[in-house]
Every structure is written in C-alpha cells, then in structure tokens.
Design a protein. Structure first.
Length: 307
C-alpha cells in the first residue's frame, strides 16, 4: 500500500513523522509527502531519512502529489485549519483518508456543519475514512491493570495532556483526544456545568459533567504546554490512574499505575495496524456518526467556555 503524508514535520504536535514510521514499519510505502512549499517538504523528507531511514519524494502541491505518489491512502497530520481543504481534495480524488484529530476546525466557520457535509460525501462515495483515536487502543491494557474497574459505569473520567500549543489552541489540539475517549466509554451525551481555569497561556484545567444515557460522568481535563519529548500523558477512570512512560532509547512504552509498571503497546501503532487490517479486508467499520459527535463536543466546549 502506498501512503501520501501531509504534515510530515514536527512543527506543531509532531505526529506526522511517527505516522510515517509506523505505516512503513507495518509494511506500507511512503510514496510522497507534501509541504506548504518545496523547501519545507524537502526538509521534512531529509528529516525522515535521517531519523527513521525513510526515503520518500517531496511535493509542494496537491496535483503533483497525487500524480507523482499515486497513493492508496492519504494521511493528514497538518494543522487543523488545513484539514477541510485536504479532505475535500481527497473526496474529489476518491482517495481514502486517515486524519489526525480534530477532524476539522477553522475559526469563523460552522465546523459541525462542515463535518456533516464532509462525512456525508465520504459515505455517498463509499470512500474509507479514519480518524486517529489512538488512545482508545490502550483500554485493553487499562482493563488488564484494573480488572475490577467497571467500564460500563464510568462516574469520573480524568485526562492529562501536554500539547505543544498554548492558550485556546491547546483546546483544539488536545481536547478532542479526551472527548474521543469519553465518547467511547459512555456514548453520546450533553456537556453540563463546564468551566475552565487558565494559569497563564501554558496551563488549563477544564471540568464539568457529561450527561449521557447511562448516567452522569464528572470529567476533569488538564492541559499543560510541553515541547520536550516524551510529553506527559495520563488518564484515570473512576479514580484508577495510568500514566504513560516512554523509554527514549527504544521508544518502548509502559503504563505506570498504583500497583506497578505494565507493558503498553504503542497506541498509535496499534491504531494504524487496525486501519491497515480494515483496508485489507475491505471492512471499513469506523463510525461516521462518532466523527460528527466529537466535533459537536469540541464545538460545545468552546462555545460554553466562551473562548
């Protein structure tokens, strides 16, 4: 399978290079990357070769990328404000997509309506569409660590994230990962009594209640700007905490919990492996409904917080 990647540098959240690594490690070929200009694309190409030994071709415009790389799958890891345009290009080219969260987000636009329209086009043309909800892949390990934690009755949910962005941008970059996890655990619902407390531009705490069909879940999300790798990450369900630990020499991951250290599959690699399997089997069971709902939750959060 040939992959084209948009956003291969570590300029924002830095997921692009890791997407490239995992896709190629799992047997895909990175046939092309695209940057905002040819200089940035060439720099990204050089960095991938130096860092991971991945050799690819750099492009600076959509037409050249599609014609030259001839991809089977488009991977979008560029800033959120660029996603809508690239998603539309992919629809016009009938090209399957794997996109980093948030699905779309542009200031001044109706992002929920944009999401609905894009998803409907993917559905109508039967084009596979996947979103990077990587932390859902860690729930299996969580349940092994805390076998007595009832995931069908989630009363409290906490997540600590470390985006590279600051201020309100932290919400757009990081909050979708928290909402995707809570949605997975309890389903659709409504946000109530949400509030945010900023400590300067680099620290933000969001709390509130999520009213859903099963009951009510209290949530607490903390975001602190961090540029140095590995960035801090943890979550807790019903008070049961797991904290990701990364061995930088091997990039092996573990979960630190109250009762010890436990091995953790790389959630991003697990997510990409699942996507490649789905594509191979032509079993595209990603829920389009959840993409819309998660955009609605991000939109509700920003509106409620008046940000």
């Amino acid at each position: 399978m040939k992959i084209a990647l948009i956003g291969a540098r570590c300029k924002r959240q830095g997921t692009g290079p890791w997407f490239a690594k995992h896709f190629t490690t799992l047997g895909a070929s990175l046939s092309g990357i695209m940057g905002t200009c040819i200089e940035s694309a060439l720099q990204a190409s050089a960095e991938l070769e130096q860092r991971f030994g991945i050799v690819t071709t750099a492009y600076s415009d959509w037409e050249s990328l599609i014609k030259g790389a001839q991809p089977d799958l488009l991977v979008i890891a560029s800033p959120a404000a660029t996603h809508r345009s690239y998603l539309q290009h992919a629809i016009d080219s009938a090209l399957p997509v794997f996109v980093e969260k948030p699905f779309v987000w542009e200031d001044g636009r109706d992002n929920v309506q944009d999401t609905r329209e894009l998803v409907q086009q993917f559905e109508k043309k039967k084009i596979p569409l996947f979103v990077n909800t990587q932390w859902l892949e860690s729930l299996e390990e969580f349940q092994v660590i805390y076998p007595h934690c009832d995931l069908n009755h989630v009363t409290t949910f906490e997540m600590n994230l470390s985006p590279t962005s600051k201020g309100v941008d932290m919400i757009v970059d990081a909050l979708p990962h928290a909402w995707s996890m809570l949605y997975e655990l309890v389903g659709e619902g409504e946000i109530e009594e949400i509030k945010a407390v900023f400590s300067g531009e680099k620290s933000l705490k969001i709390s509130g209640f999520y009213h859903h069909e099963k009951a009510m879940t209290e949530f607490h999300f903390t975001m602190k700007t961090q540029s140095q790798q590995p960035r801090s990450f943890s979550y807790a369900i019903n008070g049961n905490l797991v904290e990701r630990i990364v061995d930088l020499s091997s990039y092996m991951m573990s979960f630190k919990a109250k009762n010890g250290i436990f091995p953790l599959r790389d959630p991003m690699e697990a997510r990409i492996r699942k996507i490649l399997t789905l594509i191979e089997k032509k079993s595209y069971n990603d829920a389009h409904r959840r993409i819309i709902v998660e955009t609605e939750l991000l939109n509700q959060s920003i509106k409620a917080l008046k940000l």
